[in-house]
Design a protein around this ligand. Structure first.
Ligand SMILES: NC(=O)c1ccc[n+]([C@@H]2O[C@H](COP(=O)([O-])OP(=O)(O)OC[C@H]3O[C@@H](n4cnc5c(N)ncnc54)[C@H](OP(=O)(O)O)[C@@H]3O)[C@@H](O)[C@H]2O)c1
Length: 252
């Protein structure tokens, strides 16, 4: 067997920038996984990944639009054909329409079209990827699914937290959390573990320049959940580790 055949394989969505790029780099550099990094646009996505491959990291690029079933199927086919395995899936890709649409300041003005399109990327996108890769994880008997959510999706604190109202974004991330719980229920008793986490407010295109933390810091909890040992948590919702110095459960 070659090193490439032995190497674990991770798929990370939305790696052209921000948190997805940091997670892809961390999984390849620290866990020596072969990372299949994805972007919606070929040139910028490839450029970002070429930098990491240039450093000698085991990472390749594939196009992916999580809203396009044909694009998701093509990625699934590529992974099965080229590697025949998948050890980690990180559902990171997301959109945040809040500052682009003033209507997002109130539930009463949020545009239903925006609620639907945001849900399609942030929640249904993760569902499409899970439907594509979890069956292969089950065949193998192991796998880790990491859903990147947000603490603004915590129904317990949602009525009074200090974050922007952002109805479309919050509804979509609540949907992603529900997906996590339901999938965990179906996977109970197996070594395919699915968890969700909040990376905190980070300096990315989405988070803006004033955020207190870097994408690299936000990637640490994804790394923790992607490399959980057998018997690790199933169906959990975690806070970013740096804030609490360890994996702390968030209230749903
Ligand atoms: N930044 C924060 O403060 C913060 C806080 C809490 C949670 N989060 C979560 O952390 C994750 C990463 O956020 P970020 O700050 O890195 O965001 P970002 O800089 O805006 O990057 C978003 C990523 O999602 C990808 N994406 C968007 N639509 C897609 C689609 N239809 N198909 C495939 N990929 C798509 C983009 O890919 P392309 O460039 O190829 O379009 C991009 O790589 C998200 O799940 C976000 O909700 C972020």
């Amino acid at each position: 067997m070659t090193i490439d055949e032995l190497r674990r394989v991770a798929v990370v969505t939305g790696t052209s920038r921000g948190l997805g790029y940091a997670i892809a780099k961390l999984l390849a550099a620290r866990a020596n996984m072969h990372v299949v990094a994805t972007s919606t646009e070929l040139e910028s996505g490839r450029r970002a990944i070429a930098r990491l491959a240039g450093e000698g990291l085991p990472i390749t690029h594939h196009l992916l639009d999580v809203t396009d079933p044909a694009s998701v199927a093509a990625l699934g086919h590529h992974v099965r054909e080229r590697f025949g395995r998948i050890d980690v899936l990180v559902n990171n890709a997301a959109v945040f329409p809040t500052f682009l649409e003033p209507e997002e300041g109130s539930v009463l003005t949020a545009r239903p079209e925006t609620v639907l399109s945001t849900f399609n990327v942030n929640a249904v996108g993760a569902l499409r990827l899970a439907q594509t890769f979890v069956p292969l994880m089950r065949e193998q008997g192991h796998g880790r699914v990491v859903n990147v959510s947000s603490e603004v999706a915590s129904l317990a604190v949602l009525p009074e937290d200090e974050y922007p109202l952002s109805p479309s974004y919050r509804i979509s991330k609540v949907g992603m959390n529900a997906l996590t719980r339901l999938l965990a229920r179906e996977l109970r008793g197996t070594d395919v573990l699915v968890n969700t986490y909040s990376p905190g407010w980070m300096r990315t295109d989405m988070g803006g320049p004033d955020a207190p933390f870097s994408a690299e810091e936000g990637a640490e909890t994804a790394f923790y959940l992607a490399t959980l040992p057998r018997g690790g948590p199933q169906g959990g919702f975690f806070a970013e580790m740096r804030k609490f110095g360890g994996p702390i459960a968030l209230p749903w």
